[in-house]
Design a protein around this ligand. Sequence first.
Ligand code: BG6
Length: 488
Amino acid sequence: SPIAPCDFVVFGGTGDLTVRKLLPALYLRDRDGQLPDDTRIIAVSRAGLDAAGYRDKVHGELERFVTSDALDEAVVDRFLRRLEFAGIDAADGSTWEPLTALLPREADRIRVYYLACAPRLFGPISENLAANGLVDQHSRVVLEKPIGHDLESARAINDAVGAVFDESQIFRIDHYLGKESVQNLLVTRFANTVLEPLWNSTSIDHVQITVSEEIGVGSRGEYYDTSGALRDMVQNHLLQVLCLVAMEPPTYVDRESVRDEKLKVLQALKPMTPEDAERDTVAGQYGPGLVNGVAVPGYRDEADNADSRTETFVAVKAEVRNWRWAGVPFYLRTGKRMERRHSEVVIAFNPVPHPMFPGSEGTSEPNRLVIRLQPTEGMRLHMTAKEPGPGGIRLRPVSLDLNYTEVFPHPSPDAYERLLMDVVRGNPTLFMRRDEVEAAWTWVEPILANWARTERVPRRYPAGTDGPVDAVTLIERDGRTWNEGALR
Ligand code: BG6
């Protein structure tokens, strides 16, 4: 059903995120009849365009970023007519007239201000919105990650935006929370009873979270080179997934309960001492290599910075210090230009306490539950079975498989489709609250500080591989192994 009357105002209206994700998501919601007839999308940017020029540009981009079977000429036309363009310098209030002219005061109309621009602009844009009388109780502001660069800058942004908007109007996006497979983590845990009694240190040996990407930094080098994988992926996406795996059952799934429980997990993460950071973190950077048989340049070439020390790969051993998880390591890793796009959560259970089958020592692998998040959703439980035969008992690994695309053949909506509609509905459950963002920075900061102090140079790994060998050492020195290839 259609959402309430609203307009979307997108700062960073010609940027990578807007054309690749936001506009395709809004287009698809439009196609499904969810946007009211008078909904407009107002792009704000310094680019020298007018509405007609912007519509032309977006027309071309939709053809690139929306699958052809979802493109319908009549819908595309209707969608393009919704687009307006305000060519202003968002940070300079004296240039705002073209935007304010597009936004006359209208009682009860929801306005979503989507800040898909550099985080240093979040404060100034909020101030300019207020100064121009564009903020009332129907306004919402969406902040794209990264929320700052470290704890201090995150607090400054939260203060500046918070001076204009109430926390209930602020939507900090972590698009991983909008992914169907990530939401399903909660359902898998809490809408079933078989797993939860085992979901603790008594039965679980360790947890792995892997988010591997095939793509490199492409044209985002300028942003990425000042960020790196720890800030770009671990501080937000991987820690959010960790929270969903580790949190206690909330009483309800509502706007605060889930976020309260996630916050408790973040607060229970063991703070990294310099020695921990030295021992338990690995930074890597891709060099040239082959991805799917195609030669690709190294990171330093792509980012156009021959001396760059920015990490494109991170592995970390984390610990959640609470009753449920004491002593259970959480191994996290993420990297760009890895062998393939693949994300999974692995719950590695304890080994059997006693090898009772003659000759079975070492042949029975501990059970593993592998929850695949991307590129397709699935779940696999690794078990041990008897190999059929008249001789003695021989053990063989087997698996129970659940492939969601077979069960639910319809394609899932993109994370941004869900999240944008939640913003209009005023539902912040799948967005990060201020305290969560700051708790995540609190944990990440000592790692960054340690890397800076020791002038750590990331280990090189060839593009198209699974990262530096140090990441293997990180887990193998504990007598454990990454879940390599289990789902290939
Ligand atoms: C973004 C990061 O938040 O997530 C990108 O800034 C990364 O660097 C992307 O590529 C990964 O998202 P997804 O949905 O493709 O896994």
